[in-house]
Design a protein around this ligand. Structure first.
Ligand SMILES: Cc1cc2nc3c(=O)[nH]c(=O)nc-3n(C[C@H](O)[C@H](O)[C@H](O)COP(=O)(O)OP(=O)(O)OC[C@H]3O[C@@H](n4cnc5c(N)ncnc54)[C@H](O)[C@@H]3O)c2cc1C
Length: 440
């Protein structure tokens, strides 16, 4: 089993993990970044534009992904998972599983000839299953690394990809491999998932064709999205009335998510503004209980949306059903007027909340980390050392610690890198002292 020695191991290659790795790498520390997916980029690379500036998400994320891949102090491992951890006096001995891509990473040039010849089409998880890709593919156009991955479960084993590959990179016999990383410190940046679309049964998510989640809407609005325009999934029609239901997964005891996910108000307002640009004739309504615009420039962003004609209705959505044309009908209790109304829309977006990435639960157990009561990784000294976890030498950043936006993810990433840097220095000084004692 090969062993790589580094100063820091970063787990998770979203914006937070990438930023932490870059900060440490720039300071001269050796860093290994382990990402479970076939490309780094996290959720941010799937978004359309960012609030409150409406900058293109891909334009911000892609250079960071590239910087990580080309940084002389960062070694990138994609399609890998942390499987075990042992603590030693000098740090951590981490066992990592490399999942088989069935493509030799050292040979693949990302030419995509395999993809063009593959006869099997499968729903694209990158596009939230709204589009399709091939069983063998480069995960998306700006993926890092630009290396194909084969979905063996959907593969016919027809061998077309193997025949067409100019560098003989396809390897159906590839097996999972384990290797070891020795790291002085660890930064956990495993991010989030959305609450289930169908979790609140009365909202019809997962059953009603034209009730979707907000990451689906991000893909509709993204220039790299499956259709390059906003269409409702039920029948491909261009929607003319679109509604957002806020707090459709957060601030809800019945869902076990009592906390506010913090970004839902802002992403709904952002999407409403982008829809107004993409479909100028469309009416957009946001049903909300409270609007929380906590960040710099966010309140102005909200006011701009109102001025653009986005309709905000204060009320609690009780249920959503559909008519015979599959138009969602939203039943709302108007809390200020004290009455109940029903309105029909073409498309409804449920503003789902953020929960810790499901796959990170077992990772936390492996790393010996204690989750808080909300499931996110606990940072016991929040006011003095906000990224330190319950285990010395292990730090947390981004949404792995708490729901937050991109600005805060980047800030906590730099904070985690800074705390890790101080820890690595303290450990290195101990090592130097021990060395001096041993050889004095
Ligand atoms: C619909 C929507 C729109 C949004 N729009 C905006 C916006 O416009 N502006 C804004 O500021 N914020 C926005 N956000 C919030 C933004 O997405 C998050 O702040 C940001 O993505 C958090 O980054 P992260 O790196 O912490 O997590 P993630 O982006 O989730 O990245 C985590 C990474 O860790 C990997 N990972 C997970 N588990 C493991 C494991 N066990 N081992 C290895 N790797 C693992 C994942 O595959 C992923 O690559 C939006 C959120 C949503 C849901």
């Amino acid at each position: 089993m090969n062993t790589l020695q580094v100063d820091a191991l970063v787990v998770g290659g979203g914006i937070a993990g990438m930023q932490a790795a870059l900060d440490l790498g720039d300071q001269g520390f050796k860093v290994a970044l382990v990402e479970r997916e076939a490309s780094i980029g996290g959720k941010m690379i799937t978004l359309s534009k960012v609030f409150p500036t409406l900058d293109c998400c891909s334009c911000i994320t892609t250079p960071k992904m590239s910087a990580v891949a080309h940084h002389p102090n960062i070694t990138l491992f994609t399609y890998c998972e942390v499987k075990a951890l042992n603590e030693k006096s000098t740090g951590f001995d981490v066992s990592v599983l490399q999942k088989p891509r069935y493509v030799d990473e050292s040979k693949c040039t990302g030419c995509r000839l395999c993809e063009y010849d593959c006869p099997i089409t499968v729903p694209s998880s990158f596009d939230r299953d709204l589009g399709a890709y091939r069983a063998i593919r480069v995960p998306f156009s700006t993926a890092v690394p630009q290396t194909a991955v084969l979905d063996i479960e959907n593969c016919l084993l027809c061998g077309k990809c193997e025949k067409v590959c100019p560098v003989n990179a396809v390897d159906f016999m590839q097996m999972p491999q384990t290797f070891s990383i020795e790291a002085t410190s660890i930064i956990v940046a495993t991010g989030f998932e959305l609450t289930q679309l169908g979790a609140k049964k009365e909202y019809g998510g997962g059953k009603l064709a034209n009730v979707i989640d907000p990451l689906m809407m991000e893909r509709f609005l993204a220039p790299t999205g499956p259709y390059g325009r906003v269409l409702r999934p039920g029948d491909g029609m261009e929607p003319t009335t679109i509604a957002y239901v806020q707090c459709a997964g957060s601030r809800d005891k019945t869902q076990g998510v009592e906390y506010c996910s913090r970004v839902c108000c802002m992403y709904a307002i952002k999407q409403a503004m982008l829809i107004s640009g993409a479909l100028p004739m469309a009416e957009v309504t946001i049903y909300y209980m409270d609007i929380r615009t906590f960040g710099k420039g966010y309140e102005q962003f909200y006011q701009n949306a109102k001025a653009m004609g986005v309709e905000f209705i204060r009320g609690k959505v009780a249920s959503i059903r559909e008519d015979e044309k599959h138009n969602p009908i939203v039943k709302v209790e108007l809390t200020e007027e004290g009455k109940i109304i029903e309105r029909t829309h073409d498309l409804v977006v449920l503003s789902l909340g953020m929960i810790p990435a499901v796959a990170s639960t077992s990772l936390n157990a492996t790393l010996g980390l204690i989750p808080s009561s909300d499931g996110f990784i606990s940072a016991p000294a929040l006011n003095s050392s906000p990224c330190a976890t319950s285990r010395a030498g292990i730090f947390v950043t981004g949404v792995a610690s708490n729901p937050m936006d991109i600005v805060d993810s980047i800030i906590t990433a730099s904070a985690a890198a800074s705390e890790a840097s101080a820890y690595i220095h303290s450990k290195t000084e101990i090592r130097v002292q021990q060395h001096e004692v041993t050889y004095a």
